[in-house]
Design a protein around this ligand. Structure first.
Ligand SMILES: [Zn+2]
Length: 108
């Protein structure tokens, strides 16, 4: 008998393993227990293209609401464009540095 094994639930379907890993790391910084699932399928499936395999982020059921809030902030930040203070180029919110000149995001 397992002791205090709380159920996990899926909180996010990532575009790829890299995104799933960065989101898992983000959740950890918010003290939310999180794990990535689905990657092992790509090795097992072998012939399938990588993008067919779904990579998802899972959290404890009790932390699902909290995790959703963190991920919503992440999604909104990714959509927010920012203007480079150095060269004036508009960058997508997911970029941490200016794609044009390499200057850092002004809020970092
Ligand atoms: Zn720039």
């Amino acid at each position: 008998m397992r002791e205090h094994e709380e159920a996990w639930c899926k909180v996010y379907s990532a575009a790829n393993a890299l995104e799933a890993h960065s989101l898992t790391g983000l959740l950890h910084t918010h003290r939310i227990e999180a794990q990535t699932r689905g990657e092992s399928l790509s090795a097992a499936a072998g012939e399938l293209p990588a993008n067919v395999v779904e990579v998802s982020v899972w959290v404890r059921v009790s932390q699902h609401t909290q995790a959703r809030a963190v991920l919503q902030d992440y999604e909104q930040a990714a959509e927010r464009e920012w203007q480079c203070p150095q060269c004036g180029e508009d960058n997508a919110g997911s970029f941490e540095i200016c794609w044009q000149c390499g200057a850092e995001h002004p809020s970092l």
